[in-house]
Design a protein around this ligand. Structure first.
Ligand code: ZN
Length: 106
């Protein structure tokens, strides 16, 4: 498993990796794309697998990618979107997020 996310999301990715292993699926890569957790899998995407991935992405959307604190929200930092808690986000403006993605309410 290759993990290319900041420390704050490590526990989420590790839990997801263990959960997927129980389903016989390998989590091959976890990365961050536009402030969202993105995972690549090797195996069959059963409904259980999809539910586990959705759960992890929702968790990541509310967890600071730097320090793991929750609640956190999507911020725009130098043109990049990142999920950050108030302490790590400082005065970075809140990013505009489309509500149809991963259950994040805007
Ligand atoms: Zn933080």
């Amino acid at each position: 498993m290759r993990i290319e996310v900041d420390c704050g999301w490590y526990p989420i990715v590790e839990r997801l990796g263990e959960r997927l292993a129980c389903e016989g699926v390998n989590l091959t890569l976890a990365t961050e794309k536009w402030g969202w957790l993105r995972v690549y899998l090797d195996g069959i995407a059963t409904p259980e697998v999809e539910a586990a991935v959705i759960h992890a992405r929702r968790e990541a959307a509310n967890t600071c990618s730097k320090c793991g604190a929750s609640p956190a929200e999507m911020r725009a930092v130098r043109g990049l979107r990142q999920v950050l808690c108030p302490a790590c986000g400082g005065d970075a403006p809140r990013a505009v997020v489309r509500t149809r993605r991963v259950g994040q309410s805007a």
